[in-house]
Write a protein that binds this ligand. Structure first.
Ligand code: FAD
Length: 342
């Protein structure tokens, strides 16, 4: 049995920001024992960068924007450290080869978006005078249930966790499944709130190209809602210095229709989208498909988190609460970190 004060399910932006905000508090809550669990072998969740051949490419979030000063404080630090850079002020839709700039910076992480998750983990280790945060990867929680005035959780390896407060940052359908598996009774209102939150899927292809790819400045095309919503060159973005790796995202419609197709079929469809930009002689050397079932929330909760009623402390957070972006997930985590009680 692993005993902790705060158990955070999910080491994506929301979960990591919740932990960072908690340890930065000036009250005794910052001395809480915090355990973060993630089913994956790495942190970051939808901030995901994968190797392909001798290159790398971002598979999930491609860039981020900043509107809120609380998130800006983190981003300013990341800019000083040269972890992130302004990548562009807008995107071309590919048709005119002209970039539609709106003056709003879009930031990219040098080396890939997963670096942001790794940076937040480093922040958890830097703070002196607080209990070390226990980060457990490859730990898929399968059920949670109330236990006295706290919570009990079980992972797929049979380990159990006892916590006073529970934070669930997994997408809402997965969060509900964990509660149902533990026989937890949410109020009808809370259940309805969570059930309404649904997400668009996304099929992502990474393609290593031998030869040149002529995407318009700054090396990316965005077409919201189209069959192919995004194409980006990870070499020009600063993610893949040693090889040209192109990320292609299918839009929600195409992703939904072809979600369960074989990799080869999905690859073939996504490669079609790159063909017009391949310089003669360029060939696809390797491909990799990633399926995001819960890529982007379509229905949002109006608050940055939901505190469950009539149960021990239980907070739901993530991008469906703070806004359908990296920043929204971060703001949701920060709000939970401020709300947690000892
Ligand atoms: C293809 C794609 C493109 C995107 N593009 C952009 C973009 O360009 N700009 C932008 O701002 N945003 C973009 N987003 C959205 C952005 O990535 C998300 O809003 C943000 O990363 C969500 O963070 P989160 O912490 O809420 O959730 P997640 O990152 O999903 O974190 C949840 C974590 O919970 C873990 N988990 C789930 N179930 C369990 C369980 N049972 N036990 C243990 N752990 C569990 C998961 O492994 C995951 O790590 C994109 C997303 C996708 C998928």
């Amino acid at each position: 049995m692993i005993e902790t004060d705060i158990l955070i399910i999910g080491a994506g932006v929301c979960g990591l920001m919740a932990a960072v905000t908690t340890i930065q508090r000036e009250d005794r809550v910052n001395a809480s024992r915090i355990t973060i669990v993630d089913k994956n072998h790495r942190v970051g969740g939808r901030l995901a960068t994968a190797r392909i051949g001798s290159g790398r490419g971002d598979q999930g979030a491609q860039f981020f924007t900043v509107r809120d000063d609380r998130f800006r404080a983190h981003v300013d630090r990341w800019l000083d450290e040269q972890l992130v850079r302004v990548w562009s002020y807008g995107w071309s839709d590919g048709s005119l080869y002209a970039t539609d700039e709106d003056g709003y910076p879009r930031y990219a992480a040098r080396g890939g978006m997963e670096r942001l998750g790794e940076r937040l983990v480093a922040e958890l280790k830097e703070k002196e005078g607080t209990a070390p945060v226990d980060l457990r990867l490859n730990a898929r929680i399968v059920a949670v249930s109330p236990d006295g005035d706290g919570w009990r959780a079980t992972d797929a390896n049979g380990r159990t966790y006892a916590a006073r407060s529970l934070v669930i940052t997994a997408p809402a359908p997965l969060a509900l499944a964990l509660l149902d598996a533990g026989g937890t009774n949410l109020t009808a209102d809370d259940r309805e709130t969570l059930t309404r939150l649904n997400y668009a899927p996304c099929l992502c292809g990474l393609f290593q190209v031998d030869g040149d790819v002529a995407l318009p400045e700054p090396g990316a095309i965005q077409r919201p809602g189209a069959e192919i919503s995004w194409i980006a060159d990870n070499r020009r973005k600063g993610v893949s210095p040693d090889a040209t790796v192109i990320t292609v995202h299918a839009g929600p419609g195409l992703s939904r229709t072809h979600f369960d197709d074989e990799d080869a079929q999905v690859s073939a469809r996504l490669i079609q989208a790159i063909q017009p930009y391949l310089v003669p002689g360029a060939t696809i050397a390797a491909s990799q498909i990633r399926r995001w079932r819960y890529a982007l929330p379509l229905v949002l909760h109006p608050e940055r988190y939901l505190r469950a009623s009539k149960l021990p402390p239980l907070y739901f957070g993530g991008d469906a609460f703070g806004g359908p972006r990296v920043e929204g997930a971060a703001l949701s985590g920060m709000a939970i970190g401020r709300a947690l009680k000892k």
